[in-house]
Structures are given as structure tokens and as C-alpha cells.
Design a protein around this ligand. Structure first.
Ligand code: C2E
Ligand code: MG
Ligand code: MG
Ligand code: MG
Length: 288
């Protein structure tokens, strides 16, 4: 009896696995097509400077975030295809597209807005990209082709990735040698901690949304943000609070001296044209 039940469970498990594999293969084939047919595009979320006096610097920077305009399913978020892209070897193509598009758009904003343009653009990296042989040459080529100044480019890596192995560390140092800035994304969610922050060659620490979203209701989360800011500062690193949604969260992270903030309170990620309009129209509104 028990054996039969076990067999049934096994079968359900195998069916689920097969379905999952089939779904993945479907997404993979569609993603290959998407890259060929240019269905991927990039949106940009403002990263604002938080002045201690209450003012806000709207042109501090932006973060580039990839989207997929699927012919049937509509706009697909990265969570639904980045992992698949990593697993089937397509992340290189996706990542190179995002980096090049981001640099081109950044230079376009500069040409149009001059001093009012964002001063920094942050682009997310995945492990598979960093591990690819010859990838540093691709980065160098994109910078040359687009005229993008390396100092205005920030590449975001996650804690688990940055802490990983010697190869990855060596790659990060190569990027730094090119003059590119590095940020540690989603800080606080990984396994490493404040005590190993000094081991990573990063300029900026991005405090994860899960801390920021509870910063106005939980003393515990406030203390963790405060400690992160202090340690980062003592190591010469800047901090960004991710996912600010309310004025009270903004008040808290500003009081705790986060240098920059990002979140729906300021703006959702926007297509390039809408970002230009946002930059033009929100200067006064944000300096409350
Ligand atoms: P991330 O790098 O931590 O990016 C921030 C995510 O939080 C974005 O989700 C953004 O839309 C969302 N967000 C920003 N402000 C708020 C807020 O106030 N409230 C809430 N609820 N969410 C907020 P998105 O665009 O869906 O991206 C999710 C993740 O996918 C990113 O997290 C990043 O890890 C990854 N990703 C996005 N674009 C790329 C890419 O081009 N390459 C790679 N490798 N990964 C990417
Ligand atoms: Mg990020
Ligand atoms: Mg993040
Ligand atoms: Mg992330």
C-alpha cells in the first residue's frame, strides 16, 4: 500500500518535472526568437540623491531594467526569463544587448540635457556573464563604440556572486581597472554580511527593498540599515536605499544617511522618452 502511494507520488513528481522542462524549453525557444526580433527593451528607474536638508537630486542616476515585449503575453518581467536565459546560455546575448542599449541611451540623454542628464547608469550583471571568456573585451568594445565614459557606468552584482570565487573577484578587479563602478545589489538578503564587505571591490551598497519597506515600522530593520550605512561609510562606500514607496520610508532612510534612494515613491522604471519627461518635470516637485 505504502509502496503504491510512493509510486503515485513519484509519478506526480515526474509529471511535474516534465511539464516544467517543457515550459522551460518553450520559453527558451521564444526567447531566442525575441532576441532575433528585438522584442527586448530597457526601462530606466531614477536613482535620486537624498540631501540631508530634505532636498532631492533627481539627476543622480538611473538603473537599467530589461523587459520583454512578448507578442502574446505582453510585457514579461525579468524574473520570468532571466534565470531561463542564464540556464540555456542566452544571458550573454541578453546582457550585451542591455549594456549596449543602456550606454547608447545614456549618451543620448547627455547630448539632449547636458548638465541635467543623469550622471550615472547602473546595469545588472549575472554570474554567467562575468564568467564568460572574453566578456571584458566586449565591455571595452561597447564603451568605445558608444563613447560611454567608464566612470559613469556602474555594474550591479549580488552579494552571493561577488563573494564567490577567485575568478569572479579577478573579473571584478578588471572592471574596476577600466574605471567602471561596482555596486552590491540586494544587500542583506545573501549569506555574506557586514563583516565581509571590506573584501569586495565595490563602491556602492544597495540596501535591499525588504529592509527599506519595513524601515518605518520595525526598529530592527532601522538598526540594520543604520549599521550598513555606517560600515559602508567607514569603508568609503556609498549606500542606496532600494524600493522606497512612502514618504515615511524616505524620511527614515534619509535620517539614517543613505546617500541615494530609488523606488516607486519617486518613479517606476520608465522608457527612455518618459524618463526625459520625468527629469524635466519633477525637479520642483521632489524638492519638498
Ligand atoms: P534589482 O536589480 O534589485 O532591481 C530592482 C527591482 O525592484 C526592479 O524590478 C524594480 O522595478 C523593482 N522596484 C523598484 N522600486 C520598487 C518599489 O518601490 N516597490 C517595489 N515593489 N518594487 C520596486 P524588475 O525590473 O522586475 O527586476 C527584477 C530583478 O531582475 C532585478 O532586481 C534584477 O536582479 C533582475 N534584472 C532586471 N534587469 C536585468 C538585466 O538586464 N540583467 C540581469 N542579469 N538581471 C536583471
Ligand atoms: Mg539592481
Ligand atoms: Mg536590488
Ligand atoms: Mg537583484
Amino acid at each position: 500500500e505504502a509502496k503504491r502511494a510512493g509510486g503515485a507520488r513519484q509519478q506526480i513528481f515526474e509529471t511535474a518535472m516534465r511539464e516544467r522542462a517543457a515550459r522551460r524549453a518553450g520559453i527558451e525557444a521564444e526567447l531566442r526568437q525575441a532576441i532575433l526580433e528585438e522584442q527586448l527593451f530597457v526601462v530606466y528607474q531614477p536613482v535620486v540623491g537624498l540631501k540631508p536638508d530634505g532636498g532631492t537630486d533627481r539627476a543622480a542616476g538611473v538603473e537599467a531594467l530589461v523587459r520583454w515585449r512578448h507578442p502574446v503575453r505582453g510585457i514579461v518581467p525579468p524574473i520570468d526569463f532571466i534565470t531561463v536565459a542564464e540556464e540555456c546560455g542566452l544571458i550573454g546575448a541578453v546582457g550585451d544587448f542591455v549594456l549596449e542599449r543602456s550606454c547608447r541611451d545614456f549618451m543620448d540623454w547627455r547630448a539632449r540635457l547636458g548638465a541635467g542628464a543623469p550622471r550615472l547608469i547602473a546595469v545588472n550583471l549575472s554570474r554567467a556573464q562575468l564568467g564568460q571568456p572574453g566578456w571584458i573585451d566586449t565591455v571595452r568594445r561597447i564603451l568605445l563604440d558608444t563613447g560611454m565614459p567608464a566612470e559613469a557606468l556602474q555594474l550591479e552584482v549580488t552579494e552571493s556572486l561577488a563573494a564567490q570565487d577567485q575568478d569572479i573577484q579577478a573579473r571584478l578587479h578588471e572592471l574596476k581597472a577600466l574605471g567602471i563602478q561596482l555596486a552590491l545589489d540586494d544587500f542583506g538578503t545573501g549569506y555574506s554580511s557586514l563583516s565581509s564587505l571590506h573584501l569586495l571591490p565595490v563602491d556602492t551598497v544597495k540596501i535591499d527593498r525588504s529592509f527599506v519597506s519595513q524601515s518605518d515600522t520595525s526598529a530592527h530593520h532601522r538598526v540594520l540599515i543604520e549599521a550598513t550605512v555606517k560600515v559602508a561609510q567607514s569603508l568609503g562606500m556609498r549606500t542606496v536605499a532600494e524600493g522606497i514607496e512612502t514618504e515615511s520610508q524616505l524620511d527614515v532612510v534619509r535620517a539614517l544617511r543613505c546617500a541615494k534612494g530609488q523606488g516607486y515613491l519617486f518613479s517606476r522604471p520608465l522608457p527612455s522618452g518618459e524618463l526625459l519627461a520625468w527629469l524635466a518635470s519633477h525637479e520642483e516637485a521632489l524638492v519638498a
